[in-house]
Design a protein around this ligand. Structure first.
Ligand SMILES: [Zn+2]
Length: 287
């Protein structure tokens, strides 16, 4: 049986076709139509029919920017605004005439790394997206663990500091308000009085401000993931998103996590992803 995965991103939409050996047979990328829901439906439908060529027996998975509400079936919390409140899965199934599996980008990322990437040899995988937002997913024995209400793994909105930063979700002190890319750039601006991008900050932290910024980052990163280990005790943690390129997260960051776990034994591997930007589209295939 062939597999088609579609990664619906904010700026581009990518599709791949895999054969039964999980080899890539076809691959195509197009710009995502902006601010027009019907055009997005059309473009995905056309993309699927183009990439499937003459094959009719295939599974179809879609990776979306944003979560699907278990209660309503509608898209919520998406950066692609025109998707919010839409029944994307149902509308696409009607349009394409096929059952679709659909999950958010963090779940697809984790699925891809657990089945085809760096975590292939591990049973319980916690995948982490550290980028513009902070998300996560849980894969147990190669299967997604969505949880009773579809929010399993969403550690970005754990409360890290009860009276801390205001979060868009309505709470204060969420993990995302401390260790997402924008949050870290904001904390740099507050400490130094200057605005810089995260890559610029990282290349210049051998100074007092840099040390303070990094210490706070490591402290918050450590508590955030130590909480996850205390509850889930995964076999491996895989980092994805733009911040996964920060090398010290795998050395000092890991140490900071280990120091905060409630156990005399902690050796959870914290690994960098293997599939990079392709994790979404591969994960969608494997749903
Ligand atoms: Zn929040």
């Amino acid at each position: 049986m062939y597999k088609i995965g579609v990664d619906l991103g904010g700026t581009k939409t990518e599709a791949i076709l895999l054969d039964e050996n999980l080899d890539v047979i076809n691959r195509k990328r197009i710009p995502t139509p902006q601010n027009d829901y019907n055009q997005i439906l059309d473009s995905i439908s056309i993309l699927v029919s183009e990439i499937s060529e003459n094959i009719s027996d295939f599974s179809l998975g879609i990776c979306t920017p944003g979560a699907i509400s278990k209660k309503t079936g509608l898209i919520k919390n998406s950066n692609t605004q025109c998707l919010i409140g839409k029944s994307l899965k149902e509308d696409l199934e009607n349009k394409i005439g096929k059952k679709i599996s659909m999950e958010n980008d963090a779940n697809c990322f984790t699925m891809a790394e657990a089945t085809m990437g760096v975590a292939i040899d591990y049973d319980l995988v916690f995948g982490v997206i550290l980028g513009t937002g902070v998300g996560g997913g849980i894969i147990i024995n190669k299967k997604l663990h969505p949880g009773r209400t579809n929010i399993a793994g969403e550690w970005g909105h754990h409360t890290l500091h009860r009276n801390g930063n205001q979060c868009y979700c309505g709470k204060t002190g969420c993990v995302e308000t401390y260790i997402s890319g924008p949050a870290l750039e904001n904390s740099w601006a507050i400490l130094s009085g200057k605005s810089k991008s995260l890559p610029e900050i990282i290349t210049n932290i051998d100074n007092d401000v840099g040390k303070q910024w990094k210490d706070e980052f490591l402290e918050n990163f450590g508590y955030s993931l130590a909480n996850v280990i205390d509850i889930l005790d995964p076999d491996v943690i895989v980092l994805g998103g733009g911040l996964s390129n920060i090398d010290f997260l795998y050395s000092e960051g890991k140490e900071s996590v280990y120091n905060k776990v409630f156990s005399d034994l902690v050796d959870t591997p914290i690994m960098k992803n293997q599939l990079g930007d392709s994790a979404g589209v591969f994960g969608a295939c494997m749903l």
